[in-house]
Write a protein that binds this ligand. Structure first.
Ligand code: MG
Length: 323
């Protein structure tokens, strides 16, 4: 079951799957259609991205609950001052006023990605816009790791979770992309709803190392809430019906990966950007690497005579300099 969605995330001895984080955040503006298309054209076959809902019920692709002041410019071309408006307080049309094509390199966040392209007039896309892109015949091989974000401030979180899952699932089904979509979240209650409402799509359980304030909130929605009842994180994921476990890379060891695989899980670790970390998780036997820098992972795999896709054209020889 779920082979069409899962096999592109399953590695082998000489294959580690490559997933573009928010497209390829290290080099292209995150969670934008241009960034996604560019990532696909560089030979990445799976995209990770974040979805939440506007005030008028449109699923949109954006990471933070409030517009990130380091990425969003108003109509005056100036970056927002903290805090930006909440996505859930804006209509889709209002959200389109903001340009998310360029990072403020003076900001802490912007300083993390000095190689990211600076572009103008890119907008927060709707989920439908990305689904429309990957519905094109040339992208029929592409898989989606669709992260659903819960809104922690909502007064009725159960109802809100139902609403966001329904909106997301309806969009995916409208485009017929459910055989290529994995539903992914830190909020494990959302994943339980996904498993009930969308039994035709597998779920991917995120976990993290909660040493930053924003990570604490994510942890509290998933492993922090449910993990105590189980022997380990992978045991929790397997017994809750997950098919992929998506741990932070610092949680990855050879033993825990082997244990997760023995439970039938796929291990897709994030967000692996540094060469040392790419090498380490590869040696630990992970199935998939979620990265802001897909080309780095491609190069490191090629050095080891490893691949990231089944297509023979992805053989490392393709990466040799042209003669
Ligand atoms: Mg994400």
């Amino acid at each position: 079951m779920f082979e069409s969605q899962l096999s592109p995330f399953r590695g082998t001895d000489n294959c580690v799957r490559l997933v573009g984080h928010r497209g390829a955040r290290g080099i292209m503006p995150e969670n934008t259609i241009l960034g996604f298309e560019w990532t696909l054209r560089m030979g990445v076959d799976a995209l990770e991205f974040d979805v939440m809902i506007t005030r008028d019920g449109v699923p949109v692709i954006v990471h933070d609950h409030h517009l990130n002041a380091a990425t969003a410019r108003g109509e005056d071309g100036i970056w927002l001052s903290e805090p930006g408006p909440a996505i859930s307080d804006l209509t889709f049309k209002e959200l389109q006023q903001f340009d998310v094509g360029g990072l403020n390199l003076q900001s802490d966040y912007g300083m993390r990605f000095p190689e990211q392209a600076f572009l103008n007039k890119l907008r927060v896309p709707s989920l439908d816009q990305l689904l429309d892109l990957v519905a094109r015949p040339e992208f029929s091989h592409v898989r989606l790791m669709l992260e659903i974000k819960s809104a922690p401030s909502d007064t009725n979180p159960a109802l809100e979770r139902e609403k966001v899952v329904r909106a997301v699932v309806n969009s995916v089904r409208k485009f017929g992309i459910q055989p290529r979509t994995v539903l992914h979240s830190f909020d494990w209650e959302i994943l339980q709803i996904c498993q009930a409402q969308a039994s035709d799509m597998p779920s991917s359980y995120l976990s993290n190392v909660p040493d930053q304030p924003e990570d604490v909130a994510d942890h509290a929605l998933g492993l922090g809430k449910f993990g105590g009842q189980y022997a380990s994180a992978p045991d929790a994921v397997a017994q809750m019906g997950g098919r992929i476990w998506a741990p932070h890379h610092s949680d990855v060891t050879r033993d825990v990966v082997a244990h997760a695989k023995s439970l039938g899980l796929i291990v897709a670790t994030w967000t692996v950007n540094e060469i040392d970390d790419i090498c380490r998780v590869t040696k630990c036997g992970v199935d998939a690497i979620v990265t802001d820098y897909p080309a780095r992972v491609q190069r490191e795999l090629a050095k080891r005579n490893m691949v990231w896709r089944d297509d023979p054209s992805s053989h490392p020889a393709d990466l040799s300099p042209a003669v």
